[in-house]
Design a protein around this ligand. Structure first.
Ligand code: 5GP
Length: 130
């Protein structure tokens, strides 16, 4: 079981944004930027582009809904999208609020927010979901 499957199952806590029958979204614990969200399929598949067409295209639409809410909740110009998967072998899309190109940088020190701040960020994004 991957760490993301444990989060989806509720065995590991997270700052949840949304879920449906196929997908789950939550705040990245080591955010590159404030409001950094991970979107994952509930199905355990390592590599994003190994997902079947229906699951992959549905994931894009699920991510779109999250990104729209992020854009409203977090002061930013765009929501950037990244796929790395070097650390956790469970397909996921990073949705990252950006004000400039250099905000999408996985090599700089990660940002740190208190649990209360993370709760507030997650609540603000959830409040904008349509
Ligand atoms: P990647 O696999 O795309 O290279 O990176 C995995 C991402 O998952 C990282 O940005 C990391 O901070 C995040 N991550 C790893 N473990 C956890 C966890 O237990 N909880 C949360 N919320 N995020 C995690």
């Amino acid at each position: 079981m991957t760490i993301f499957s444990k989060i989806i199952a509720g065995d590991i806590p997270c700052y949840k944004i949304a879920e449906d029958d196929r997908y789950f979204a939550f705040l990245d614990i080591n955010p590159v930027a404030k409001g950094h969200v991970l979107v994952v399929p509930k199905q355990e598949t390592d590599y994003l582009f190994d997902l079947d067409d229906t699951l992959l295209s549905g994931m894009t639409l699920f991510a779109k809904r999250i990104a729209k809410a992020q854009k409203k909740a977090i002061a930013c110009r765009r929501i950037g999208v990244a796929v790395l998967g070097m650390e956790v072998p469970h397909a996921h899309i990073h949705l990252i609020p950006l004000n400039q190109e250099t905000d999408l940088n996985f090599f700089k020190p990660k940002q740190s927010f208190s649990p209360d701040e993370m709760q507030a960020i997650a609540a603000a994004i959830r409040a904008e979901l349509e």
